[in-house]
Design a protein around this ligand. Structure first.
Ligand code: F0G
Length: 457
């Protein structure tokens, strides 16, 4: 079906690379069958990520020109700080070069060996920083989140019984914070409800445990709350976002997502002592506490992007475009994660290629096949991304073995979504031909999915 017209017009265009199947075959071989290692010049439609790949507005480009590049105390920092305070509500704002910069600072400040960090499903960089500092991550998301077909409207919710059990098992003094993502990336961009977050707030307050929000896609989460959760229909998305943040003690942010920028991030906290600690760390790892690894112009672009991100027509068009692609694939019988998430349509690779063992990486295999067939690059979100269990050394086998078709904001049109749908459907029809998977020929120790190399088995 049709979907509402984009609330913007195009002022500048970028030529898309067109390749032949033979060229893609060579590119794939050169990339060690890892779509992360493809050159973007060899990719037609790039749905690897929605991170830093957004199209900036004319106002953001204009803001770049007003960047104050002073080393210390730049005007652009204060504009950035005000935008974060106004929209997210955290008193102390520590700038970082991107989301994982904030995760590093936070994890170093709060995690010691023997700590336990519960969260609503893991994210790759978030868990890596927790483990690097000696912590152990515990997934306390509701079971429905691991079931791709389940239509639960808030699959990002925390299972309060799981959280309470963990608090009793390890003791609240060993839990530095609960890590709450909104939306949950690895579950397919699924939201957490306000009611659930409120209940988590009540439970953790009784045990004096802070909540840290991963706010990368919290605007998208706020949109889903407004659409789906009783009692929030009359609120603005900006208002729902503030209410989400109000139930947390701090947040890490990748401004490369919701905030429509190409780079940037921040750590926001309410506690003055933690802010002081974080500022001491940021000068070591990122840059001075008034730029944190960003140029002044980057902070300008983020400040403007934050304001645009909560505009109703902007967020509506964003979510509707993702849903439009989802509907086409769903109508064609492709096994997907339901409901369709905020930033991506996720194809269930385990259900598509049930004949492949998990240790032959069905999702990576499917992503490579899709690229070869159509030049569309998806992301692997399955066994390769999950890495190895630090205790056993074996591959982790998450129940979700997905390829993620991640939609950059304001970049592609409806016709591009039609091309993507045709490509996925074509590969799905030929799935029986994919009778062998992949094996590692090079496997990095950390975040292996970025740089690993494979060969067909
Ligand atoms: N948290 C979430 C939920 C994310 O999705 C990401 C990045 C980060 C933190 C880290 O932020 O990249 O700015 O350092 N996700 C990208 C993705 C890479 O493709 O999903 P970063």
């Amino acid at each position: 079906g049709r979907h509402p017209a984009e609330p913007w017009r195009i002022k500048m265009v970028e030529r898309l690379p067109v390749t032949t199947r033979q060229e893609r075959q060579r590119a794939l071989r050169d990339a060690g069958y890892n779509i992360s290692l493809l050159r973007s010049e060899d990719v037609y439609i790039d749905l690897y990520t929605d991170s830093g790949t957004n199209a900036m507005s004319d106002r953001q480009w204009a803001a770049l020109m007003s960047g104050d590049e002073a080393y210390a105390g730049a005007r652009s920092f204060y504009r950035f700080e005000t935008a974060v305070r106004d929209h997210y509500g955290y008193e102390h704002v520590i700038p970082t070069h991107q989301g994982r910069g904030a995760e590093n600072i936070l994890s170093r400040a709060l995690i010691r060996p023997g700590c336990h960090i519960p969260g609503n499903m893991y994210f790759t960089t978030t868990r890596a920083h927790q483990e690097l500092n000696g912590g152990t991550f515990h997934d306390v998301i509701i079971d429905e989140a691991h079931d791709p077909g389940c239509e639960h409207p808030f699959k990002g919710n925390i299972d309060l019984a799981k959280l309470e059990r963990l608090i009793h098992e390890v003791g609240p003094e060993h839990i530095p914070y609960v890590s709450v993502a909104a939306t949950v990336n690895m579950a397919g961009g699924q939201p957490i409800s306000m009611a659930n977050l409120t209940a988590v707030r009540d439970l953790t307050r009784r045990h004096d445990i802070p909540i840290i929000l991963d706010a990368a896609r919290a605007v998208e989460n706020a949109w889903f709350i407004r659409q789906r959760e009783p009692g929030w229909q009359d609120h603005t998305v900006a208002g729902v976002l503030r209410e989400l943040c109000a139930r947390t003690d701090g947040a890490t942010m990748s401004a490369k997502k919701d905030s429509l920028a190409n780079i940037g991030g921040w750590l926001g906290v309410r506690d003055a002592g933690l802010a002081e600690q974080a500022r001491n760390l940021v000068v070591l790892y990122e840059g001075l506490h008034t730029y944190g690894g960003m140029a002044g112009r980057d902070m300008e672009a983020v400040a403007e992007g934050i304001a645009e991100s909560v505009q109703e027509e902007n967020i509506r068009a964003r979510i509707d475009q993702v849903a439009y692609l989802g509907r086409q694939l769903s109508d064609a019988g492709i096994p997907l994660v339901h409901p369709i998430g905020g930033h991506a349509v996720c194809v269930d690779a385990a259900a598509t290629l049930p004949h492949l063992p998990r240790d032959e990486f069905p999702a990576q295999t499917l992503a490579a096949a899709l690229y070869l067939d159509s030049g569309v690059r998806a992301a692997e979100r399955g066994t390769v991304s999950a890495g190895r269990d630090p205790d056993t050394g074996g591959n982790r086998h998450p129940r979700l073995e997905l390829i993620r078709l991640t939609i950059p904001r304001r970049v592609y049109t409806q016709s591009h979504m039609d091309v993507v749908a045709d490509g996925v459907i074509s590969v799905y029809k030929q799935r029986d031909l994919l009778d062998s998977g992949l094996r590692f020929v090079h496997e990095p120790d950390v975040l292996r999915f970025f740089q690993a190399r494979f060969l067909p088995t």
